[in-house]
Design a binder for this molecule. Structure first.
Ligand code: NAG
Length: 240
């Protein structure tokens, strides 16, 4: 590929798009690129693959009308490659070398394999405004690439929703984390309270000991006073 063509193609695919890449034209569920360059059938298929697409496949009347109508409006190209050939077996035309044709719109009398060397499908302007014709695969022609339309805005929306939901999950996780920290701190407070409670019990028990000591002290004083009374009695007895 030529460098300037490559960079032009790169520019096409690098641009953000909604539905179809820039330069591709939408019809129903497909996007089409009508080439501004000319190349052989095989090279054209390579260009389309490079654009993450394939040479166009026409499956029905509607698609045929769109493509031929668009080519007529552009009015630029003498002919366009589509993605069919009978290269594998003469007369057996297949899309992309494998899918059989359920719809055709050949120019009357075609395909005729003129000269025994026409194996690729072209749309040709001078044949009834781009009716189908078989042509020599190596001839440089314009071509049409097709890719499935991407519901880009939908997928972007889905991604944003997913991001929001992840964000919500993260916030929930943070709040759970905060709750756990709060729980741990409450737990620490409870342990502190239990330890204070134990101290109070110890204090109460000390207090009990002190009261017991006071009682014992009271008893001792009573005993001493009784002892005093007895000495008084003995002294009275001595007097008598
Ligand atoms: C033609 O029809 C067959 C059977 O319905 C299908 O498998 C095939 O993909 C069709 N070909 C194209 C080009 O749509």
């Amino acid at each position: 590929m030529h460098v300037e063509v490559l960079s032009a193609l790169l520019c096409l695919v690098a641009t953000a798009y909604a539905g179809c890449p820039l330069g591709f034209h939408q019809n129903r569920r497909s996007c089409y690129w009508f080439s501004t360059i000319r190349s052989s059938f095989a090279e054209a298929a390579g260009y389309c693959r490079y654009l993450e697409s394939h040479l166009a496949i026409i499956s029905n009347k509607d698609e045929d009308s769109f493509i031929r109508g668009y080519a007529t409006r552009l009015g630029e190209a003498f002919n366009y490659w589509l993605g069919a050939s009978d290269l594998n077996m003469e007369g057996r035309w297949l899309w992309e070398g494998q899918r059989r044709m359920n719809y055709t719109n050949w120019n009357p009398g075609q395909p005729d394999n003129a000269g025994g060397i026409e194996h690729c499908l072209e749309l040709r302007r001078d044949l009834g405004n781009y009716l189908w014709n078989d042509y020599q695969c190596q001839k440089p022609s314009h071509f049409i690439c097709e890719k499935e339309r991407i519901p880009y805005t939908n997928s972007l929306h889905a991604n944003l929703q997913q991001r929001d939901s992840l964000h919500a999950n993260l916030q929930q996780m943070d709040s759970l984390h905060a709750n756990l920290q709060q729980r741990d701190s409450l737990h620490a407070n409870l342990q502190q309270r239990d330890s204070l409670h134990a101290n109070l019990q110890q204090r109460d028990s000390l207090h009990g000991n002190l009261q017991q000591r006071d009682i014992l002290h009271g008893n001792l004083q009573q005993r001493d006073s009784l002892h005093g009374n007895l000495q008084q009695r003995d002294s009275l007895h001595g007097n008598l």
